[in-house]
Design a protein. Structure first.
Length: 128
């Protein structure tokens, strides 16, 4: 459904260190800086980009927005969360663990805010 997701950041070096660590736990190669100065991550046909806002205004997080990354196991979710905390992220919501979603699905989730305040999730579908 999605071709790419872009988040804003004011400190691209800090954000690159954070995303290299957390996405690396999910098997995503380190980000590359493109000719426009954006940090680009490519994996399984999708792209995730971190950039300074085009309008020149300071970056801010999307209130109510969450970006979720697929993890292959609960252990990968835990590693993602730990890497995020070790690289400037802050935990939010409940601790990593099992959540019951709609229609009988069971998910293992962890939530973080990146150094710029963007809300992120690592998600592994346990059942359903």
């Amino acid at each position: 459904m999605f071709s790419h997701v872009v988040v804003g950041a004011n400190d691209l070096e800090e954000s690159k260190a954070f995303y290299d660590a957390v996405l690396g736990t999910l098997g995503v190669p380190a980000g590359v800086v493109d000719v426009k100065g954006r940090v680009v991550y490519m994996h399984n046909g999708g792209r995730f980009l971190v950039t300074r806002p085009i309008d020149g205004q300071p970056a801010c997080h999307a209130n109510g927005g969450t970006i979720a990354f697929v993890a292959a196991s609960p252990e990968m979710v835990e590693a993602w969360h730990a890497a995020g905390l070790a690289h400037g992220g802050t935990t939010c919501e409940d601790p990593p663990g099992v959540r019951h979603a709609t229609e009988g699905r069971v998910l293992y989730l962890a939530y973080l805010r990146d150094p710029a305040g963007n809300k992120l999730c690592a998600s592994h579908r346990v059942v359903g």
